[in-house]
Ligand binder design. Structure first.
Ligand code: RB5
Length: 149
């Protein structure tokens, strides 16, 4: 699948490791930068680009990094159709997709170490929305909130 990827300076050190991991799983990375370490770059710029790719269907899922994952998540969720969350444990990375149809995972590169980040990416990318009725109902209510805003 196409996976949109973006990071600010807070996640830049983890970028190559995760891009390689995504590609090693057979996916294609749509790279929205950063393309070099710039300590004064801003996470909303990368979050908007990744979220836009997912929202427009250019990518099926997205991966965002920042220092904590929080800023990237907040920004990405402003884009219609995006369901982004910080996930620093495998259960959430899997269940977020299976139950909530999460389409962007946000990682805090200052919080987690590389091997866990790689595992979270593997879990997130392999998980699929369950399609179970109660999850569809709840997802529908989430979409209703978005449509009312
Ligand atoms: C940047 O220093 C840092 O604030 C940002 O990467 C992120 O952690 C925000 O949530």
């Amino acid at each position: 699948m196409q996976v949109a990827f973006g990071t600010d300076h807070g996640g830049f050190d983890l970028k190559d490791t995760l891009v390689q991991e995504i590609e090693s799983l057979g996916h294609e990375v749509l790279d929205h930068g950063a393309f070099k370490y710039q300590p004064d770059d801003d996470y909303p710029d990368f979050a908007e680009a990744v979220a836009g790719s997912v929202s427009e269907g250019l990518a099926s899922k997205g991966v965002l990094l920042c220092g904590s994952g929080v800023g990237a998540s907040i920004a990405a969720n402003k884009v219609p159709g995006v369901r982004a969350s910080v996930c620093h444990d495998e259960y959430s990375a899997r269940q977020g997709v299976e139950h909530d149809d999460m389409n962007i995972i946000c990682l805090g590169a200052r919080i987690i170490e590389n091997e866990l980040a790689k595992e979270l990416i593997r879990v997130f990318l392999s998980a699929k929305f369950s399609g179970v009725e109660r999850h569809k109902r709840r997802l529908g209510k989430v979409i209703d909130i978005e449509n009312k805003a």
